[in-house]
Design a protein around this ligand. Sequence first.
Ligand SMILES: Nc1nc2c(c(=O)[nH]1)N[C@H]1C(S)=C(S)[C@@H](COP(=O)(O)OP(=O)(O)OC[C@H]3O[C@@H](n4cnc5c(=O)[nH]c(N)nc54)[C@H](O)[C@@H]3O)O[C@H]1N2
Ligand SMILES: Nc1nc2c(c(=O)[nH]1)N[C@H]1C(S)=C(S)[C@@H](COP(=O)(O)OP(=O)(O)OC[C@H]3O[C@@H](n4cnc5c(=O)[nH]c(N)nc54)[C@H](O)[C@@H]3O)O[C@H]1N2
Ligand code: SF4
Ligand SMILES: [Mo]
Length: 759
Amino acid sequence: MPRTALRICPLCEATCGLTLTIDGTRVTGARGDRDDVFSKGFICPKGASFGAADADPDRLRTPLVRRDGVLREATWEEAFDAVAAGLRPVVEQYGPHAVGVVLGNPNVHTVAGGLYPPLLLAGLRTHSFFSASTLDQMPKHVSSGLLYGDAGAIPVPDLDRTDHLLLIGANPLESNGSLCTAPDFPGRLRALKARGGTLTVIDPRRTRTARLADRHVAVRPGTDALLLAAMTQVLFEEDLVDLGQLAPYVQGVEDVAAAVRDFTPEAVAAACDVEADVVRALARELAAAATAAVYGRIGSCTVPHGTLASWLVDVLNVLTGNLDRPGGALFPLSATDKTPRPAGPGRGFALGRWHSRVSGHPEAKGELPVSALAEEIDTATDEGSPIRAVIAVAANPVLSAPDGDRLDKALGTLDFMVSVDPYLNETSRHAHVVLPPPPPSQAPHFDFAFNTLALRNQVRYTRAAVPLEAGRMAETEILARLVLAATGMHGTDPAAVDTMVIDQTLGKAVTEVHSPVHGRDPRELAAQLTGDNGPERRLDMMLRLGPYGDGFGSRPDGLTLEKLLAHPHGIDLGPLTSRLPQPLKTVSGKVELLPGPIAGDLPRLRQALGERAAGLVLVGRRHLRSNNSWLHNVPALTGGSNRCTLHVHPEDAERLGLVDGAPIRVRGAGGAVTAPVEITDTVRRGVVSLPHGWGHDRPGTRMSHAVLDPGVNVNQLLDGSLLDPLSGNAVLNGVPVDLLPLDTPDRPATSARDLAPQN
Ligand SMILES: Nc1nc2c(c(=O)[nH]1)N[C@H]1C(S)=C(S)[C@@H](COP(=O)(O)OP(=O)(O)OC[C@H]3O[C@@H](n4cnc5c(=O)[nH]c(N)nc54)[C@H](O)[C@@H]3O)O[C@H]1N2
Ligand SMILES: Nc1nc2c(c(=O)[nH]1)N[C@H]1C(S)=C(S)[C@@H](COP(=O)(O)OP(=O)(O)OC[C@H]3O[C@@H](n4cnc5c(=O)[nH]c(N)nc54)[C@H](O)[C@@H]3O)O[C@H]1N2
Ligand code: SF4
Ligand SMILES: [Mo]
């Protein structure tokens, strides 16, 4: 008899509750859980294909260990012996920085990824840490770090209550939202319009989201920081600045006024290709709205001025009094956040505490740019060792980061590489050991990351829907064992890792005056923890120490794991509320509106006033039925409009003599690829668009469906040299490209410099 089980969807940031139908141990169906306190039954085509993604026969079932150059099935014991034997000599001989840790996107979608990577990094003490964040939202972390003193304090647009939403470089109708966890983002935009609110979308493409908008501004890619600076200038010039309740918590308003004085609408119009009147209207509409929220995503981050654009998004929210108020942009308070300390000055946020060995890129939030991973492996310098071993967890940088060909070669030269990945793909094929996590039906789910970005405070936990299959190891245990193997403790019981974290956390909490457990005995507290295993006990501890927790009995109505388990559809913790000044950790204890590093980067923006790409520039796009590089192996999610084609505007196509459907050579600084042309007026003139995550045609992978329609790797067009300097984020959008005859060779004839924007 089929049964049902609840499972939060791990496939995107919307975190929808699913009701799975299960026949034996197989997931045969998935529908939205109507009783989920947050998602209320919403589901998208990816969630509906949960069963197919879960049961993909190409998912690895056992560890693989390389012997005589060939990856072969092995036992878990053999695999971890090989990991310890591969990693430790590198650490001992060349030091910790010779081990690179690469974390990919799915870490933010797993319990294991939330709980163990910090221990791996702390244990290894390597500076060679890279993640998908520097292909994504690092500019936002840096701007939040500088403005609020906390790189994790990211304000979320209050979609359900705002009167005016200004959406920049985001396409939630395909992506379902990002840095704003909102199940049914599309429905929430429609509701905004239905209640008389207005939606403005800034995007070089007329996306499905843009088609919902009252106003769509097809900005020239990479110029949002200029546009937003000009809007800021208008607010000052026309006396529209009104901080309202925020005033006591903000410093530096006058400094910002002076800093943006040159960026008039007239000055930015040509660079942005947006008329000065339109810029003025955007600023006036924002200021006039009863409440408004400015929200920027991928298109505003993965560009040369990503940190400045991210900063200006928040500056506009502050200057219009919309930061930290209902209807504006608010700071969530998640159930596993630490219990808030009293407001007051903090330590602030530092950038560049160390630098990358080869190009001297500054670290940001402890990370080096993943764009620099290849050179950190393949380039020797006088100082320090190149990276000789890599630990990759849920990461496919060969496709997701710039210049995959170079990285592909570099990974092939490592002394040792381990991948924690369910697939043998473009990246994991280089590993000496592959450790496959179980499919999601066999894993629990808790959103440590996305609850801190959710548009409503709520908490939900789902245990594994299906028991671990024989021979499988939970990803939490895989990562705990990996931490031990990497830090010279191979052979220790993995449960010791959780016990150590619990002892340390409770030991610290009892010393903190504001903690609900101040002064108590940590052993007595540890004995109270419930849960079936170490990760669950850690979750119980975090919930109980958190802002809604029971404080181990001091607030008897508060949250515990037991209470959460008794509410399988989740517990609603209420709408977001104003929280300032408590979240601020700047040295001044205020919002520091013009931080030094930002002021230092403004001359580069001023220079961009005169820059214009001479030819075509490339932007990306997402499709509802895809997810980065790893869902192309699920037949139900491929085909139809989800294809790797080059979107070209009809006028550009005519000028260049392009034919719809015919292949064309696209060349950038890092190489060339051939993709079919798709002529569409959804891209603006001068812009072409290719999606990322494709290029499944390398040998030695095991993705039998994906190879049938491999597409091409858009990131091969990049050479990894274009970065946002403050955050180290890769420039993935607004990149100059040429369209050339089909027989053009792979390697570029011109250098990156020749293709860079010209006056
Ligand atoms: N040109 C261009 N490039 C981009 C982007 C873009 O917009 N344009 N977007 C960027 C963004 S935003 C991101 S986040 C990155 C993503 O970059 P990555 O994180 O490198 O890539 P993903 O495709 O998300 O997949 C990572 C790996 O996780 C594995 N995986 C899936 N589920 C699990 C699991 O449960 N456990 C483990 N251990 N592994 C799992 C997959 O098999 C895959 O190998 O790509 C970036 N690259
Ligand atoms: N279906 C699906 N959903 C996903 C993913 C996926 O791959 N597929 N990936 C997930 C991940 S890892 C992330 S980070 C999120 C990302 O979520 P979003 O940020 O919503 O991602 P995109 O759909 O790529 O939207 C980015 C938009 O920016 C536009 N753009 C490009 N350059 C510029 C520019 O210079 N200025 C402006 N204003 N706009 C520009 C592009 O045309 C595009 O429409 O999506 C997540 N959800
Ligand atoms: S919107 Fe995202 S979380 Fe919701 S069902 Fe679709 S993929 Fe899953
Ligand atoms: Mo992402």
